[in-house]
Design a binder for this molecule. Structure first.
Ligand SMILES: Cc1ncc(COP(=O)(O)O)c(C=O)c1O
Length: 386
């Protein structure tokens, strides 16, 4: 039995998406910027995708800029705003951002920007009061991740965005894990910029988009032909973008039922594992991505998240670990550390993320295998009977 439970890392492209991408590659290979019929047909494909993604976010199509993925959308948001200023200013992010935000923020810091990293609660949430306190006269941008990929916590984005905007700062959110899984309406949410990625919603890797509220101005990161309203030069990757558009349309259609189904399966997995005494849920239990299950082993020696991932892989089950391995040495997850976990616990984070192909039988089997793996690896006192 092979069970993939790493849908936050990437999702298998839908068959309809693959078929459309193949057809696009074969028939619509024109350059969307060309003025002849081949170009016009490609431009039609491009704009249809823009409409489909706009519909997922309730955005106007001309507020979306296609990028090569979520990472580029995040970089464009942070660096594109920053480069609109001659002098370094103040940026606020959270201490649990994806590296696609944390790294450009550090780059700005090296260039003289002030960067505040907001603390989070034990469940990974940013407190609105902490944001209020961190705002300065020269705060130009606040960027807070919407759904945390490692621990699943959802942030109170409506409240945080309203605080930032009331102060006169721009507000960006990385919604890569949320788009297609929970409804997003950029007309209702107080956001100026919002990042999404294709391969988290059953589209292909290598496509993403940045929503830019009309009136917000960014400096492009790439110099070139001025595609994407002058904000992202380079000929668009049409097959990827076409696949992204269709994936967005299908995600929007299936979302209400699929979100509920995933929440049930997620809760089933949490309850099946509830009798393992040393498995502690990480992230917020209620304000949580619908497909996301995560744990750590706070009081155990010698067992890392990576080891568990390898052992589960041997049993045919794909999950992921939060800690990273640098030059053969394990380092604790910075996200769990920011949430107040000690280094030893922050080495043991694991994540199981569910998706369209996940069934109740997969969940039951996974819970049983995980308990067996833990029973083999942990002292007997820790593990409940399988
Ligand atoms: C929250 C978050 N932001 C950004 C990214 C990067 O997206 P992409 O892989 O499309 O560059 C990811 C991917 O793991 C993510 O989970």
């Amino acid at each position: 039995m092979q069970i993939y439970l790493d849908y936050s890392a990437t999702t298998p492209p839908r068959p309809e998406v693959i078929a459309l991408m193949q057809a696009t590659l074969q028939a619509e290979w024109g350059n969307p910027s060309s003025l002849h019929q081949w170009g016009n047909r490609a431009a039609t494909v491009l704009e249809r995708s823009r409409l489909q993604i706009a519909a997922l976010l309730n955005a106007s199509p001309d507020s979306l800029v296609f990028t090569a993925g979520g990472t580029e959308a995040d970089n464009l948001a942070i660096l594109g705003v920053a480069q609109s200023y001659r002098q370094p200013q103040h940026l606020i992010i959270s201490s649990v951002e994806h590296s696609a935000i944390a790294v450009p923020a550090s780059q700005l810091e090296a260039r003289g920007w002030q960067v505040s990293r907001l603390p989070v609660s034990r469940t990974g949430q940013v407190g609105p009061a902490d944001l209020k306190q961190a705002l300065r006269d020269n705060t130009t941008l606040v960027s807070i991740i919407y759904g945390q990929s490692e621990v699943g916590t959802l942030q109170p984005i409506a409240e945080l965005g309203a605080i930032a905007q009331a102060h006169g700062a721009l507000f960006h959110t990385d919604a890569v894990q949320v788009a297609g899984r929970l409804p997003i309406d950029v007309q209702q949410l107080p956001v100026d910029l919002l990042s999404v990625s294709s391969h988290k919603i059953y589209g292909p890797q290598g496509a993403g988009a940045l929503y830019i509220k009309p009136g917000v101005s960014l400096t492009p990161l790439l110099g070139g032909g001025g595609q994407e309203f002058g904000l992202r030069s380079g000929t668009q990757a049409l097959p990827n973008i076409a696949g992204f558009g269709l994936a967005a349309e299908l995600a929007a259609q299936e979302m209400p039922a699929e979100t509920l189904r995933l929440m049930h399966l997620r809760n089933r997995l949490f309850s099946l594992l509830a009798d393992v005494p040393e498995l502690a849920v990480t992230g917020d239990r209620r304000e949580r991505l619908p497909h996301h299950v995560s744990f750590c082993l706070p009081h155990t020696e010698g067992l890392s998240g990576k080891t568990l991932v390898r052992q589960m892989n041997l049993a045919g089950i794909g999950i992921s670990a939060g800690s990273a391995c640098h030059s053969g040495k394990l380092s604790p997850s910075p996200v769990l550390q920011a949430m107040g976990y000690r280094d030893r616990a922050a080495l043991t984070g694991i994540r199981l993320t569910l998706g369209r192909r996940t069934t109740a039988a997969d969940i039951d089997w996974t819970a049983m295998v995980l308990k067996q793996v833990l029973a083999r690896s942990l002292p007997a006192k820790f593990v409940a009977p399988v």
